[in-house]
Design a protein around this ligand. Structure first.
Ligand SMILES: NC(=O)c1ccc[n+]([C@@H]2O[C@H](COP(=O)([O-])OP(=O)(O)OC[C@H]3O[C@@H](n4cnc5c(N)ncnc54)[C@H](OP(=O)(O)O)[C@@H]3O)[C@@H](O)[C@H]2O)c1
Length: 337
């Protein structure tokens, strides 16, 4: 029997620890983590669970955790799971140590991470991936998947020998031919991340309120206009095409709950990673989400004032975090646009 593949997780946080924990029984997983995360894993071990009832625990001494990037040297596959602002540093560190030809998957939000990695890692298959679900850390060392969906990744022969490990781990990899269209579609959904943080509410409670959904619809309509002007067609990730989502979000609560039940099928405690970042006093990814719409609009001689306004509110929240009422924010966004 052949040995299980070696998979390195570069940037073990919410997503990295969750994916690594799921893969652990079917691959030789190595975690490259910051010292504080490594210490947590060494103290508590790693527990992964999901909203469908799956739960597994890995004892501390069964985990292979390093804080030095050197540790990726003998990996067969590397999953990059750092936040967007850390991609350039990760790319630089990987370029010093990665064995020639090792495939790399960017499992990150935003539309430019894989390109940044590719530019620094010539000679490697750098593949664009997408994580559709939300992960939170309810307790130290416990990573919980709070919503559904299959991982997506671009089609590549370099991945063939890893597919069975992902499938056996309950992480099916949906292969897609146009991952850039997938990333733009995900970005349109992620326009909600800062709203969720500004609401101070769990995602499910926020999305259950029409005024918050109307804020999101406004940001998405603006995003869709900009994408259209740039000739970008977002992929369809939800039951309805991306262009119909704002109209669904605008529906009254009772109708929305009936028609979009899947959108509300989220763990009651799940929140956006922007909320998480603000709690931890970290810089958020807003420049790589709403900021991308603003930048694309500018490059086409257009404006994206509502998304620009949200970027500036999150900048303020990074300095001093306050919650907004949905109606007040909706009015501010309407005024801005
Ligand atoms: N969380 C979610 O639910 C979710 C869902 C879908 C997609 N995503 C996307 O997935 C990506 C990862 O998100 P996340 O929530 O997992 O972020 P996260 O919890 O912040 O995890 C990233 C980890 O990587 C560490 N790191 C950064 N640079 C590193 C380096 N050079 N070497 C070793 N460790 C390094 C970070 O440490 P520092 O904090 O010290 O930099 C952090 O511990 C993001 O693009 C995010 O948007 C997240």
């Amino acid at each position: 029997m052949s040995k299980p593949p070696r998979i390195a997780i570069f940037g073990a946080g919410m997503i990295g620890n969750y994916l690594g924990g799921r893969l652990h029984a079917h691959a030789r997983v190595r975690f490259i983590a910051r010292p504080r995360v490594a210490a947590t894993l060494k103290e508590h071990g790693l527990t992964v669970s999901d909203l469908h009832g799956h739960q597994q625990h890995i004892a501390p001494d069964a985990l292979d955790v390093y804080t030095n990037p050197e540790a990726v040297r003998d990996a067969g596959l590397v999953l990059v799971t750092v936040k967007s602002a850390a991609t350039m540093e990760a790319a630089h560190e990987l370029s010093n140590v990665l064995a020639p030809g090792t495939p790399v998957i960017s499992f990150q939000n935003g539309v430019r991470n894989a390109a940044e990695l590719r530019a620094s890692l010539p000679g490697h298959d750098v593949l664009t991936g997408m994580v559709p679900f939300n992960v939170t850390q309810p307790r130290p060392g416990h990573f919980h998947q709070g919503s559904s969906g299959d991982l997506m990744v671009e089609r590549a022969t370099a991945l063939e020998s890893f597919l069975s490990a992902f499938a056996a781990s309950g992480l099916s990899l949906q292969r897609h031919d146009d991952m850039q269209a997938v990333l733009w579609a995900k970005l349109l959904l992620n326009l909600n991340n800062p709203l969720n943080a500004l609401s101070g509410l769990p995602l499910r409670d926020e999305l259950a309120q029409r005024s918050w959904r109307r804020c999101l619809a406004l940001l998405q309509r603006e995003g869709l206009r900009v994408l259209k002007a740039a000739g970008i067609r977002p992929a369809q990730l939800t039951a309805l095409p991306a262009r119909w989502l704002p109209s669904v979000l605008d529906l009254p609560d009772a109708l929305f709950q009936r028609l979009a039940a899947r959108m509300l099928a989220i763990d009651p405690l799940a929140r956006s990673s922007t909320w998480e970042d603000l709690q931890m006093g970290r810089r958020t990814e807003v420049d790589y989400i709403n900021g991308e719409i603003v930048e694309l609009a500018t490059s086409k001689g257009l404006g994206a004032p509502a998304n620009a306004h949200v970027v500036s509110l999150i900048r303020e929240a990074e300095r001093s975090y306050v919650h907004w009422h949905a109606e007040a924010l909706l009015e501010a966004l309407r005024k801005a646009s």
